[in-house]
Design a protein around this ligand. Structure first.
Ligand code: FEO
Length: 407
């Protein structure tokens, strides 16, 4: 990390380990390349970062967000030489950004925590922070650092209810917290046109933001009012070409799904796999794009592209222990919670002696608004009758795609 000396008439001279984004705005966060899972769920093949930013105004200095508490020493090392932090800005109470706040308030006893009321309530639920160290800022409120202003904007549900963005109008720099971020432990802070960054941003969107896409789309419209040079999220790269990520979010959230069927399946002895592949070929013959995904060893990240644009999802499962295979149950649960754009779903699979688990397709998705268009069961190895039923399912899917204008 680069180290340099900065001089300010009002603050004296200090050295700070940093990466400069704009004049007197620095990344001072943490790189965590070895973390394997986020929330014990999301795969992090490229690690992640907990981005914190130092904003040095002519009169006051602010630290924007913190990090997991286990990295407090690295964060304070990055701040070495900064003898005074006037404000610690909190966007979001989740501990990967807030967890070090109590320790930082101890180390910088003159500092005040700035946040909106909703965030204050949540922070004090999760952490020990005394009232007298917190200054509540109204939605739309501003705090002056002298020659820089920090404006607070409440953007609920990207992805918690208290999530706040901050904006520095003098520099056209936005700090959108988790919104627009990626789990990507970069070598180069700035995203530029790097496709790896935007692939990570897509996986992040699908797993964290897609569930709230209705709300998030409204927030994206709000961002059109901001003049932006840099977008500095809480994870991953800083966007030095902000329009790229904004256009991608527009596409991910608002483009209608395509004439495409995703078939995630798990097969114990090959029968369900035969069914999945037969259905896939039948659909392709009818002009539908198909993505077959064997769930064994599959990462959630590997479904991200297809969850964005498939119109139909057909889940394939064997019956194991008189129930759906656990990988199919897990996938159904994630589909129900993540709520992809697909309008239609079906269940196919084979059983040995009990068809009942495969007959419960209508119980698979209690909260995802999706129309069930088929449920094809095979006793053991699929025979001609089953293959004919799969052809009929392909016809039904094509009819549904035609209804919504995909043919
Ligand atoms: Fe990166 Fe919602 O915390």
């Amino acid at each position: 990390m680069e180290t340099c000396a900065l001089t300010f008439e009002s603050r004296g001279e200090f050295a700070v380990s940093k990466i400069a984004i704009k004049e007197d705005i620095f990344w001072v966060g943490i790189k965590d390349p070895d973390r394997e899972l986020f929330d014990g769920l999301m795969p992090l093949p490229q690690g992640t970062t907990y981005n914190a930013y130092l904003v040095v105004g002519s009169e006051k200095t602010a630290l924007i967000d913190t990090c997991e508490p286990e990295f407090i020493n690295e964060l304070t090392a990055n701040l070495e030489g900064v003898d005074q932090i006037d404000y610690i800005v909190s966007h979001h109470a989740e501990q990967d950004h807030s967890g070090s706040i109590p320790l930082l308030l101890e180390r910088y006893p003159e500092s005040t925590l700035l946040c909106i009321q909703k965030n204050k309530d949540m922070l004090q639920t999760l952490l020990t922070i005394p009232d007298d160290r917190i200054q509540v800022i109204e939605d739309g409120g501003e705090v002056s650092l002298g020659n820089k202003t920090i404006r607070f904007e409440h953007f609920p549900w990207v992805h918690w209810p208290e999530t706040t963005l901050t904006y520095i109008p003098e520099d056209k720099v936005l700090f959108p917290c988790d919104f627009l971020g990626s789990h990507y432990c970069w070598d180069n802070l700035f995203a530029g046109d790097d496709p790896v960054v935007y692939k990570g941003a897509l996986e992040y969107y699908v797993q964290i933001m897609m569930l709230y896409s209705t709300m998030t789309a409204k927030h994206l419209d709000r961002l059109k009012e901001f003049d932006l040079e840099f977008i500095c999220p809480s994870h991953g790269s800083v966007y030095d070409k902000p329009q790229i990520i904004l256009d991608l979010y527009e596409k991910w959230m608002r483009d209608p799904p395509e004439n495409k069927v995703l078939i995630p399946y798990v097969s114990a002895h090959g029968s369900t796999e035969i069914m999945a592949k037969h259905l896939g070929k039948a659909l392709e013959k009818r002009g539908v794009d198909v993505e077959l995904k064997n769930l064994i060893g599959l990462s959630l990240n590997e479904l991200a592209d297809d969850l964005i644009d498939a119109s139909t999802i057909v889940l394939g499962s064997s019956v194991i222990m008189a129930a759906l295979h656990p990988l199919a149950v897990y996938t159904a649960f994630l589909l129900d919670r993540l709520k992809p754009k697909a309008k239609f779903a079906a269940l196919i699979g084979s059983y040995g002696w009990s068809p009942n688990p495969l007959k419960k397709a209508d119980e698979l998705f209690p909260s995802w608004k999706v129309e069930l268009v088929g449920n094809v069961l095979s006793k053991g190895h699929p025979g001609d009758d089953t293959l004919a039923e799969l052809d009929e399912l392909a016809d039904e899917i094509v009819a549904k795609h035609r209804e919504v204008g995909l043919f």
